[in-house]
Design a protein around this ligand. Structure first.
Ligand SMILES: Nc1ncnc2c1ncn2[C@@H]1O[C@H](COP(=O)(O)OP(=O)(O)OP(=O)(O)O)[C@@H](O)[C@H]1O
Length: 252
């Protein structure tokens, strides 16, 4: 068996929305290799094309030029800031849905749901409905539902952006544990440079209009990490500095 060198490969990816003078050059020749099991954080000014890049990797949209390749041709799972749960279904029902759609047999489904809910520490809340949960718990359900897709690549678009700092801190520990246990490859979009430094093996900075990879930094701080540690603060300060320069250059 050969081991894939990259889990996600973007080669010269460009994306333009619209035509003529109103055209928006969202991405321009973006090339990026993500290793299997790597946790990559993508940062950049608002509107620089982060969500566009994720939607291309997720296969929800197509690039105008260049190519996107995923290991084994697998379709990655995508998680957003909004949990987007079905309010009329229970927690277990929401997590079951992707398993049903994938044709997992009924007895196996119950087992998998129990395992997934255990993994996000929600086993006692299986029968609750989304409105009976806190924002952090709803995001855990969304995470369990995403994991139910059983894909090796996880794409996360500001998944903890709407949560308070304490809840986010706890979810950082959870996503890090799940990523390590399952050997996932994660591409994580965030506005929060501390979050990027806390989670990432590598931080990629995109410039705006057109979105290009302008800088990257490996984060060698050993895990487990703390978001309020001096090492993480130092990395975050460096990223903020680069980000400021980038935003300044574009006069935002
Ligand atoms: N469907 C669309 N049609 C036209 N323009 C679009 C479309 N989607 C995105 N854009 C534009 O493309 C650019 C990149 O958008 P995108 O949402 O990818 O950026 P982003 O970095 O994720 O932004 P934010 O950080 O604010 O979420 C923006 O200028 C946006 O207005």
């Amino acid at each position: 068996m050969t081991t894939a060198r990259t889990a996600v490969t973007l080669s010269g990816v460009s994306k333009v929305y619209g035509r003529g003078p109103a055209a928006v050059h969202a991405l321009d020749s973006v090339s990026l290799d993500i290793a299997p099991g790597e946790f990559v954080c993508l940062v950049g000014a608002s509107g620089c094309g982060k969500s566009t890049l994720l939607s291309l990797v997720a296969g929800l949209d197509t690039q105008d030029s260049g190519s996107v390749a995923i290991v084994d041709g697998a379709r990655p799972a995508l998680m957003f800031q909004e949990p987007a749960l079905f309010p009329w279904l229970t927690v277990a029902g929401n997590v079951t849905l992707p398993l049903r759609l994938r044709g997992v047999p009924r007895p196996r489904r119950a087992e998998r749901v129990a395992e997934l809910l255990r993994s996000v520490h929600l086993e006692e809340f299986a029968r609750r409905r989304p409105h009976q949960l806190s924002g952090g718990m709803r995001q855990r359900v969304a995470l369990a539902r995403t994991l139910a897709l059983d894909t090796p690549v996880l794409l996360m678009d500001e998944p903890f952006g709407a949560l308070d700092a304490m809840t986010r801190d706890i979810l950082h520990d959870e996503i890090e544990r799940i990523w390590q246990e399952r050997g996932l490859t994660v591409l994580f979009v965030t506005h929060n440079v501390r979050e990027a430094a806390r989670l990432g093996d590598r931080i990629i900075l995109l410039s705006s209009r057109p979105g290009r990879v302008v800088w990257e930094r490996r984060v060698d701080v050993p895990r487990p990490r703390r978001i309020d540690s001096p090492e993480i603060a130092e990395v975050a300060a460096e990223v903020t500095d680069r980000l400021r320069r980038e935003v300044g250059r574009h006069g935002h």
